[in-house]
Structures are given as C-alpha cells and as structure tokens.
Design a protein around this ligand. Structure first.
Ligand code: G4P
Length: 280
C-alpha cells in the first residue's frame, strides 16, 4: 500500500494545507486532464473558499483534446479560471503566468487603487498525488528553487519561490487525497496510475478499460491489437494476449501480462489521447 494513504499523514497534510491557504491569494489546483472530475478532491472548494481559484488541467498531452475543451467550458461555467498544460514542458509557463494575473486581476486592481505597486500575487499548488504538482513547480519556478518528492506531513518552514516578479509560490504543494466512495472514480484513478496497482486487480482494470474503449473510442483496439471489438471484453483481452505473444510457460494466453501491457500502453499515451470521463 502506498505510504501516502495512511490516515495520520492525511490529517497532518490537510491541517498543513489549512494553514498554508491562509497565506495565499490564489489556489492553483492541478487536475489530470484524462480524469478531470475524479482527480479532484471536493474538500478543496471548502479549503479554498474566498480565494481566487485556478484549475490547471495537466497531462493535456495525454487527454482527448475535444473532451479537454468541454471540460474547460464546464469548469469556467462554475467560476474557475482554467488552463490546459503539459507540466513537463517549459513552453506553456508564460500562459500560466498570464492566467494567474487574470485570476487575480481584482486584487491587483484593488492594490493599485490603494497605491500599492508591484506586490506579488501569492499562490499555492494543490492536487491529489501524481497529477504533476512537483513537475509543474519545477517547470514554472525553475529546477533550482523547487523541491521535489515532497512527503506529506513533514514539518518545514514555509518558503516562497518567485517564478517571476509578479508571483510568489509556496515551495511545497498541498496534497489532497482522492475521494472514491464511488467505485468508478477509484477505477479511473487506478487506470491513470494515481492509485497504486498493488491494491487493485489489473485484469479487472484492463477489462473495464476495454469496455470503455470499445464504446467510446471504437476502432482503436482493433487497429492497435488486431482484435475483434464485437466480442466480450474478457475475450478481447485474450486476443490481445495471443496477438502480443503474452503466453504462460504452459503456452496459454497470459491475461495478466496482457492486462499490464494494455494499461501501460494506455498510461503512456501509446493508445492515443484518451479521456475517461465527460462533463455531466
Ligand atoms: P505529484 O507531485 O503531483 O505527485 O506528481 P509528479 O510531479 O511527481 O508527476 C507524476 C508523474 O507524472 C511524473 O512521471 C511526471 O513526469 C508525470 N507528468 C507530470 N506532468 C505531466 C504532463 O503534463 N504530461 C505527462 N505526460 N506526464 C506528466 P514519472 O516521474 O515518470 O512517474 P511515473 O510516470 O513513473 O508515475
């Protein structure tokens, strides 16, 4: 089990976040663009009350761009500022700076009227594990300033880093835990790799993924694995095992290896750009 799931860590991390949020004007929430709803923790709306709110839809390079657009509309209608992003690339960071300024325009305007000039906007990054928080801080603020591999619950002093002269960013992101009272949410998070594989059955995940892909992205599995999509999902998995030579020592199709291969190819984008959920 992933160490980050221990309740003690979760409580400490949340308490830390409550403190940290008091210090900022803006909460920058990262979500995974392949699962924009499931990768949010609804507690953030309570925690980030009275703050400016920006959602960065990260890993957009892996998501279906049509769906990303729909999700952008959905979040904007709910009052969030939104940008899509590939946190590994520095080239999108100017757009992030711009949207931060836009999200905090009201505050900047207020400062200006009071004669306060050039006071930077203070922001913190939050999100569930693995959405790309550390990668983003590194790209945005430069490798030398940001710490990576943050562990929840580790005591530390607050440090601010300055990606540019307008913004101060808390150096440590706030970690939220995904909520999956809904089993579907858990499945989607497992598919994108946010929940460790050990606590889930890979075969079952692969069968779910096949069901989803044949319904929402017809032709994709047929083209990549030369399978018949009108079969049951478990049968399709067996065909993938055969066609990709995933065999047991006894010469039988090895479902688990085929399942791992399929999930790996999905996560790495080899299957194409796929979004697992659409807005309501
Ligand atoms: P976290 O702090 O929120 O926990 O996430 P972190 O930055 O550690 O990123 C998790 C993984 O996601 C990293 O892969 C990182 O390279 C990848 N990643 C972050 N942003 C993007 C993005 O926009 N697009 C893509 N395609 N990948 C992104 P890793 O270190 O290789 O871990 P893993 O892939 O082995 O899980």
């Amino acid at each position: 089990m992933n160490v980050q799931w221990y309740p003690g860590h979760m409580t400490r991390a949340k308490r830390q976040m409550q403190e940290d949020i008091k210090l900022v004007d803006l909460v920058i929430e990262l979500v995974d663009a392949r699962v924009p709803a499931s990768s949010r923790n609804p507690d953030i709306d309570e925690l980030g009350r009275n703050k400016y709110r920006l959602i960065l839809m990260n890993k957009a390079d892996l998501a279906d761009s049509r769906m990303t657009e729909l999700w952008g509309v959905f979040f904007r209608e709910k009052g969030y500022f939104v940008r899509t992003m590939d946190a590994r690339s520095n080239s999108g960071m100017k757009a992030v700076s711009d949207i931060i300024m836009e999200a905090c325009r009201e505050k900047l305007e207020r400062d200006r009227k009071r004669g306060i000039k050039n006071r930077p906007v203070r922001a913190m990054v939050v999100g569930i594990p693995n959405v790309g928080k550390s990668t983003f801080i590194n790209s945005y603020a430069g490798k030398s300033c940001a710490k990576t591999g943050n562990k929840p619950g580790v005591t530390r002093g607050n440090q601010w880093i300055r990606p540019d002269k307008h913004v101060e960013l808390l150096d440590t992101p706030g970690i939220l835990w995904p909520k999956f009272e809904d089993q579907e949410v858990g499945l989607r998070l497992a598919l994108v790799g946010s929940i460790k594989d050990e606590i889930l059955n890979t075969d079952e995940l692969a069968v779910k993924l096949i069901g989803f892909l044949t319904a929402e992205y017809p032709g994709l599995l047929r083209e990549r694995y030369e399978v018949r999509e009108d079969e049951k999902s478990a049968e399709i998995l067996m065909q993938i095992a055969k066609n990709r030579k995933c065999m047991t020592k006894g010469g039988e199709p090895d479902y688990s290896r085929a399942a791992a291969l399929l999930i790996d190819e999905f996560r790495s984008g080899k299957l194409g750009r796929i979004t697992l959920e659409r807005p309501e």
